[in-house]
Design a protein around this ligand. Structure first.
Ligand code: URA
Length: 439
């Protein structure tokens, strides 16, 4: 069937079968479907939606548009697992989770993305390590996954190329925000990594990709059902992004925070809890633990014993980074020349945070990008970021420490943070950090 006939069918609210979806996706991949047709297809889905069978078919077709990693020939003595987050500000769970899962018997080829807009990207955090090779060839990737148990890497061009083209078209045609397309987009890439089990961290709140709880929940449900339909056991946790996760936002700063935790430093409780909960769910789902409570105990032990740190160090070394990064992070990670506290204009407690605006302040410092081609300054960002309910004041605790290159940047970040934080007399009612488990 001609692409325009498929578009017409979807436009009119009719069901597309798997062969039709597959043909359209092949056309997106080989270029025979034009940009206009792909945009019209996305807009038709935006208005008409897709039923479960269509979403599974779209996900599988996009997965099959490129290489699909396979691990069976390596005879790994454990399951291949991963976590995916819908993204947040200061979301650094992967840095602890990947090596901890490896220490618990999982094999984690963690294909990560770069940050874009207000959310940070795991890949950028790893690229703050000098020498770290985020795009190893297949032989090295397999070696590291087999011998170390985890490899945090970037997606290669041959992973789900149909998604890459369609996403770029959606981005400029106001068709990103549709749960059906987001589901297929996220899962096509995860399925291409050849996983046995997946845990999803679906964030809600002011710093989330989907701030509205009901919408984020709908996305989580869609991802879990489509993943199961595509044969990938998946559980999702709904986690709060109404404040920065952990104490820092900015690439090298977040790397330092996680190295400190891996080396036995005290973790910011929200960051630890989210990471531990995701790990526990995944260990149980992948049958590395008999239940979630045991999974949690295994994660705690992996971090507390230093086994997660040891995996992290081996992964960094195997992928070209310094062998002693964990012992001497300051020798390797960039540091900004200026560190300045930002105080609120009045004394009180943090009553609300526009976390998205905090993320944008990091981008404005140079720590993120607005276009995929923007360079990143790994050194800049925010540290000691105040959470909801923290007592702050002009002569007391600052809202955050700004790590910047110039005084002009400090001034800009100060104004942005003061707008992002609402300081009042009373603390807000605390909402749940992990609101729900779906799956
Ligand atoms: N992230 C993705 O990978 N795809 C989307 O469509 C939205 C967010």
């Amino acid at each position: 069937m001609l692409p325009q006939e498929l578009i017409r069918k979807k436009r009119d609210g009719r069901h597309l079968d798997a062969a039709e979806i597959d043909a359209f996706v092949r056309g997106i991949t080989d270029g025979s479907v034009t940009e206009g047709q792909a945009a019209a297809f996305a807009m038709a889905i935006f208005f008409q939606g897709m039923d479960l069978d269509e979403r599974v078919a779209l996900t599988l077709a996009m997965r099959n548009s490129g290489s699909v990693l396979r691990w069976d020939h390596l005879n790994l003595p454990g399951p291949v697992v991963d976590k995916h987050s819908t993204g947040g500000v200061g979301d650094k769970t992967s840095l602890i989770l990947a090596p901890a899962l490896a220490a618990c018997g999982g094999f984690v080829p963690m294909v990560s993305g770069r940050g874009l807009g207000h959310t940070g990207g795991t890949l950028d955090k790893f690229e703050s390590i000098p020498g770290y090779q985020a795009k190893p060839d297949r032989t090295l990737l397999e070696k590291v996954v087999k011998e170390v148990g985890c490899a945090v890497i970037g997606a290669t061009d041959d992973i789900a190329p149909a998604d890459r083209r369609l996403y770029a078209i959606r981005d400029v045609t106001a068709t990103v925000e549709t749960i059906h397309l987001i589901t297929a987009s996220i899962l096509s890439k995860k399925l291409a990594a050849g996983l046995d089990a997946l845990v999803m961290d679906v964030k809600f709140g002011s710093g989330a990709f989907m701030p509205d709880y009901a919408k984020a929940r709908e996305l989580a449900e869609s991802i879990v059902t489509v993943a199961e339909g595509a044969g990938l056991p998946t559980v999702a946790l709904m986690t709060d992004m109404n404040e920065v996760l952990g104490l820092t936002a900015g690439n090298a700063l977040e790397m330092r925070e996680c190295i400190d935790i891996l080396r036995g430093g005290k973790a910011e409780p929200r960051l630890y809890e989210v990471t531990a909960a995701l790990a526990a769910e995944l260990l149980a789902l992948a049958k590395l633990a008999p239940d979630v409570a045991t999974g949690r105990a295994m994660f705690d032990e992996a971090v507390a014993s230093g086994q997660a740190a040891e995996r992290f160090a081996r992964m960094v070394r195997a992928l070209g980074g310094p062998a002693d990064l964990l012992d001497a992070p300051d020798r390797y990670l960039d540091a900004a020349p200026i560190v300045r506290p930002v105080y609120p204009e009045r004394e009180g407690v943090v009553a609300a945070i526009d976390t998205r605006a905090v993320g944008i302040a990091v981008v404005a410092l140079g720590g993120g990008r607005t276009k995929t081609t923007d360079p990143i300054d790994f050194a800049v960002g925010l540290a000691d970021v105040a959470g909801l309910g923290a007592a702050v004041g002009p002569a007391g605790r600052p809202l955050a420490l700004v790590h910047a290159r110039s005084e002009a940047q400090v001034e800009q970040a100060t104004a942005m943070l003061r707008r992002a934080f609402t300081v009042a007399d009373t603390a807000p009612a605390a909402g749940p950090l992990i609101a729900e488990r779906i799956g």
